[in-house]
Write a protein of this length. Structure first.
Length: 90
């Protein structure tokens, strides 16, 4: 699911992708838009002033000119370990 989201975000921002379909897409750890305005990070740790366990976020979208980032973290509700997954994300 997150790979599909990564694919859709890259297409919307205008990043050239190797594959035409989302199911063939293999996300790179760092993607940058052509003009360098937006950077997309895949499975990267967030840098914080405190040590936080499980701080790896699925997708981080950084708007470089505005100096802000959006964190995207997903959990599949049908997963049998949903309670454990939810506790880790909180």
């Amino acid at each position: 699911m997150c790979a599909q989201q990564h694919f859709n975000i890259c297409k919307r921002i205008g990043i050239k992708l190797d594959k035409e379909h989302w199911h063939e897409h293999v996300p790179k750890s760092v993607e940058t838009s052509v003009k360098g305005q937006v950077t997309i990070l895949w499975n990267q740790q967030g840098h914080t002033d405190k040590t936080i366990p499980n701080n790896t976020t699925d997708i981080i979208i950084c708007e470089n000119e505005k100096g802000r980032c959006m964190l995207m973290d997903a959990g599949i509700s049908g997963d049998r370990n949903v309670i454990k997954s939810e506790a880790e994300k909180i």
